[in-house]
Ligand binder design. Structure first.
Ligand SMILES: Cc1ncc(COP(=O)(O)OP(=O)(O)O)c(N)n1
Ligand SMILES: Cc1nc(C(=O)O)sc1CCOP(=O)(O)O
Ligand SMILES: [Mg+2]
Length: 213
């Protein structure tokens, strides 16, 4: 994609093989991309590092065919070894400052914003996008603090021009409201990966995003 916008992505798929409900992981992700996902994060919390690296390399190869960038969750070493586009970290992970020092090739650095006060922190300032974590509480990730809600999205939108990613129970039911509130990009796990037709749901959410912008 040729654009001057450093973060032009709108629909961000975050993986969790469990959420594919026994279907082939790569086929489900590919269907989602065909439906309109334009950024993918590999997040497989239970995989040991070697298996995570292997899966990352295979997924990158698939996504390269579609020109869709891949982001690695947490693992800086895997990100560096696999030639992916970037990394997403939260407050318990390698700090953004350390990532910038260690990995000159990091194209996209994402950071989870759990508290409004952190918006002015070096962590958030060094990030290419901040994720509102979580926008709505979700059973997919329960070790979260408070939910931002639509009001939180509006508040943070008024405080920063940084790209805002909404994550946590994002679905076709709330996509329009989230974008109208100020989210630039919606990150989704289960609404797409667990859908009977992942391509159709991705397309539906993507269409809503484009209409609401
Ligand atoms: C896009 C996006 N937003 C938030 C998160 C959560 O990251 P983190 O807080 O580090 O938690 P884990 O994903 O590591 O459990 C994310 N991964 N992606
Ligand atoms: C990976 C992740 N991070 C979150 C955060 O709040 O930081 S919520 C989440 C999982 C989102 O899954 P679903 O789309 O199934 O609700
Ligand atoms: Mg993390």
């Amino acid at each position: 994609m040729k654009t001057n916008n450093p973060f032009p992505y709108r629909l961000y798929l975050v993986t969790d093989e469990k959420a594919c409900l026994g279907r082939d992981f790569f086929q489900v992700v590919e269907a989602a991309v065909k439906g309109g996902v334009d950024l993918v994060q590999i997040r497989e919390k239970e995989l040991p590092e070697a298996a995570f690296l292997e899966k990352t390399l295979r997924l990158r190869e698939l996504l390269d065919r579609y020109g869709v960038p891949l982001i690695v969750n947490d693992h800086l070493g895997v990100a560096q070894q696999s030639g992916v586009a970037g990394i997403h970290v939260g407050n318990s992970d390698v700090a953004p400052q350390q990532i910038r020092e260690a990995w000159a090739g990091c194209g996209i650095l994402g950071y989870s914003l759990e508290d409004e006060a952190h918006l002015q922190s070096p962590h958030a300032q060094l990030a290419d996008y901040v994720a509102l974590s979580p926008v709505f509480a979700t059973p997919t990730k329960t070790d979260t603090i408070t939910e931002w809600g639509l009001e939180g999205v509006r508040r943070i939108r008024n405080l920063t021009t940084k790209p805002l990613v909404a994550i946590g129970r994002v679905s076709a039911e709330n996509a329009t409201d989230l974008v109208t509130a100020g989210a630039d990009c919606l990150a989704v796990v289960s609404a797409i990966l667990s859908a009977p037709d992942p391509a159709r749901v991705a397309e539906d959410i993507r269409n809503q995003i484009e209409k609401a912008l």
